[in-house]
Design a protein around this ligand. Structure first.
Ligand code: 3HC
Length: 292
C-alpha cells in the first residue's frame, strides 16, 4: 500500500477526469482542481456517465457508484489541494504553464509526498526545475481512456528520489495499474515506439499509398490492434500527436518522428481528430476532449 489516501488532480480534461475516476474507483479521496467552472462540470458529468454505464452493465453496485462520486471533489480553488498527499497534473502541454503551476504547487504543498506530471512530451527535469524540491517531482504518464488502460509509465527525472519512485509504484498498483519505470527522455517507452508507427501510417495516407479504411483495417485484422493507426491518431488528438512528434524530433533529430506535412496542415486547420468533430474521419458529435 502506498499510504496515499487523498490525491489532487490538476486539470479536468479527458485525462485528468480519467485519472480521478480510476483513483476514486480504488477508494482514494480525490480533489480535482481547474480554475474554470465549465470543464469541472463536464468532468463530473463524464464520470457520472461512466459510472452509470458500469452500473447499467452490472459491473458496479449502484451504492458503490454513488460512494465513488462522493469521494471526488471538483473545485476552482487551488487552496483546496492543501489537504492532499500528492498531486497529478494533467493540463495543457506547455512547459511554461506547467512550470509555473509546479512552482505554485511547490509553495502551496510543502508536505506533499510527490508532485507528478502526466506530460507525454515535456522533460520532467524541466518541470522539476521550477520547484525547490525537484527530488519529489516525477512523471506519471497514463493512457487514454484512463479507466480502461492499465499502464502507467513512471518517469524518473534527473533528481527524482528513489523513495518517490517506490511510492509511485505502490500507488499505481493500489489503483489497479501496471507500472513500468522509464528514464526522462522524450517519448518514454510507449510513445517512442508508438509515434513513429502512427507517423508512418499518416505518411502512407498522405502519399496516397492506401485508403484510410484499408490502413486501419489492415492493422486491426492483421495485427489484432483494437483501433487502426488513423482512428487511434484521431482518438489521441492530432494536435497532441503533433506536439509529441515534434518533441521527439527535437530530441532525437530522426525523420521517423517528424510530423508529416499533412498532419501539420490538419492541425492548423483545426482538424484535431475526434474531439473537434473531424480528423482522418468525420465524427457526428464532438465527444469528450482528449486533453485538458
Ligand atoms: N471511460 C471509461 N470507460 C470506457 C471509456 C471511457 N472513456 N471508453 C470505453 N470504456 C470502457 C467501456 O465501458 C467498456 O467497459 P466494459 O468492457 O467493462 O463494459 C470497455 O471500455 C470497452 O468499450 P466499448 O465496448 O465501448 O468499446 P471498444 O471495445 O471499442 O473499446 C477502447 C474502446 C477501449 C478505446 C479500444 O478501442 C482501445 O483499446 N483502443 C486503443 C486505445 C489506445 O491505444 N490508447 C492508448 C493511446 S496512447 C496514449 O494515451 C498516450 C498519449 O501520450 C498519447
Amino acid at each position: 500500500m502506498s499510504e496515499i489516501e487523498r490525491l489532487g488532480v490538476v486539470g479536468a480534461g479527458f485525462m485528468g477526469s480519467g485519472i480521478a475516476e480510476s483513483c476514486a474507483r480504488a477508494g482514494l479521496e480525490v480533489v480535482v482542481f481547474e480554475p474554470e467552472g465549465p470543464p469541472l462540470e463536464r468532468s463530473r458529468a463524464g464520470i457520472e456517465r461512466s459510472i452509470a454505464r458500469a452500473v447499467g452493465r452490472g459491473k458496479l453496485a449502484e451504492e458503490d457508484g454513488e460512494a465513488l462520486v462522493d469521494r471526488i471533489t471538483w473545485t476552482t480553488e487551488i487552496e483546496d489541494l492543501q489537504r492532499v498527499d500528492g498531486v497529478v497534473e494533467a493540463i495543457i502541454e506547455d512547459a511554461r504553464v506547467k512550470g509555473s503551476l509546479f512552482k505554485k504547487l511547490d509553495a502551496l504543498l510543502p508536505d506533499a509526498r510527490f508532485l507528478a506530471s502526466n506530460t507525454s512530451s515535456i522533460p520532467i527535469a524541466e518541470i522539476a526545475s521550477w520547484t525547490r524540491r525537484p527530488e519529489r517531482v516525477l512523471g506519471l504518464h497514463f493512457f487514454s481512456p484512463v479507466p480502461v488502460m492499465s499502464l502507467v509509465e513512471i518517469v524518473v527525472g534527473y533528481d527524482t528520489h528513489e523513495d518517490v519512485v517506490a511510492l509511485a509504484e505502490d500507488l499505481s498498483r493500489d489503483i489497479g495499474k501496471h507500472p513500468v519505470i522509464t528514464k526522462d527522455r522524450s517519448g518514454f517507452i510507449v510513445n517512442f515506439l508508438l509515434v513513429p508507427y502512427l507517423m508512418a501510417a499518416i505518411r502512407m495516407f498522405q502519399d496516397g499509398f492506401a485508403a484510410r479504411e484499408d490502413i486501419d483495417e489492415a492493422m486491426k485484422q492483421g495485427c489484432g490492434h483494437p483501433m487502426g493507426p488513423l482512428t487511434l491518431a484521431d482518438f489521441i488528438g492530432l494536435d497532441v500527436l503533433y506536439a509529441i512528434g515534434d518533441s521527439l524530433y527535437e530530441e532525437f533529430k530522426q525523420p521517423e518522428y517528424a510530423p508529416p506535412p499533412l498532419l501539420k496542415r490538419m492541425v492548423v486547420s483545426g482538424a484535431h481528430g475526434r474531439k473537434s468533430g473531424r480528423g482522418f474521419y468525420d465524427y457526428d458529435s464532438a465527444p469528450t476532449p482528449t486533453k485538458a
